[in-house]
Design a protein around this ligand. Structure first.
Ligand SMILES: N[C@@H](CCC(=O)N[C@@H](CS)C(=O)NCC(=O)O)C(=O)O
Length: 145
C-alpha cells in the first residue's frame, strides 16, 4: 500500500485512517510547492495532479473521502452496519467536502477549529474524538492570545 501525500493537505485524512487501522504503508511525499505533482510519473497516477493518491496493488484511488471509505470497507472497521449509521457516514463526507471548505474560506478561525479533525470524527473512536476536541481548543486558545 502506497500513499502519495504532502503535509498539511487533505492527504492527512488518508494518513490518519491508515494509522488508525494500523496498516503498513509506504508514504511518498509529493512536494506541491516544488511542482512534483506535475511530473509525468505522478500525472499517470492522477491526471488532476492532486493529492492524496492511494495505490493498493494495481488499484489507484484518488479523492480523500473515497480513500477513507475504501480503507474502512477493506479492513472492516469504523463503518456501522445499520441503516441510520450508514446514513451518517454517507452524510458526513458530503457536508465536509462542501460546507466546511466554504466556511474555511470565509472564516479563518473555522480552519483552526475544524481542520484536520473534522473529517474523520464520524469514523474514529470516542477517545480520539476527545483528543481532537482538546486539540481544537488549544489551537483556538493559541489564536486568542
Ligand atoms: N477533492 C479532492 C481534493 C484534492 C486536492 O485539491 N488536493 C490538494 C491538496 S489539499 C492538491 O493536491 N492541490 C494541488 C493543486 O491543486 O495543484 C480530495 O479530497 O482528495
Amino acid at each position: 500500500m502506497k500513499l502519495y501525500e504532502y503535509a498539511f493537505t487533505r492527504s492527512i485524512r488518508a494518513r490518519w485512517t491508515l494509522q488508525e487501522l494500523g496498516v503498513d504503508f509506504e508514504a511518498i511525499s509529493v512536494n506541491l510547492f516544488a511542482g512534483e505533482a506535475l511530473r509525468p510519473e505522478f500525472l499517470k497516477l492522477n491526471p488532476a495532479a492532486k493529492l492524496p493518491v492511494l495505490v493498493d496493488g494495481d488499484f489507484v484511488l484518488t479523492e480523500s473521502a473515497a480513500i477513507v471509505l475504501y480503507l474502512a470497507e477493506k479492513y472492516g472497521k469504523f463503518l456501522p452496519t445499520d441503516a441510520r449509521g450508514r446514513a451518517e457516514v454517507n452524510r458526513a463526507p458530503r457536508a465536509h467536502m462542501k460546507d466546511i471548505p466554504a466556511a474555511m474560506r470565509s472564516t479563518p478561525r473555522v480552519v483552526a477549529e475544524t481542520f484536520p479533525f473534522s473529517f474523520l470524527s464520524f469514523l474514529v473512536s470516542e477517545p480520539l474524538i476527545r483528543i481532537a476536541k482538546l486539540h481544537q481548543r488549544l489551537v483556538f486558545l493559541r489564536q486568542a492570545v
